[in-house]
Design a protein around this ligand. Sequence first.
Ligand SMILES: [Zn+2]
Length: 139
Amino acid sequence: MIWSFALAAIGVAGLALAGSRKKIGWAIGVGAQALWITYAVATHQYGFIISAVAYAWVYGRNWLRWRRDELTGEEQSHIIEFRDDGWTIMHPLSCRPNLFSCPMNRAIRNVDGPPPGGVGRYRCSLAGDDRTLVVGDRA
Ligand SMILES: [Zn+2]
């Protein structure tokens, strides 16, 4: 019983780290699945093995994708650069084929100026309505 709680806690910690853009979180997730498989065998609950393999597959894939994107230096987000005299939006490579129809181009017209943090580069995204630009962390 205590083991299943501990393993779930490790998995949740890994997901939380991944949510904070730490790719080690995915690695922890993969490691937690190895422990789940050990747990499944030790307690004869073999059904857990199937879910552990499925989770490990997804975590491992995310981990490798992030690593690849880091190695190629490819930015995944839109970046907006605020300057004193205006702004520039930079699209990720995945946007290139449809650059002119990218909804960010329209959304950015409604932006008044830099966020309270001042001029500089920020990651940005679209709100759920696909019209409102959301300025996020500094890039
Ligand atoms: Zn774009």
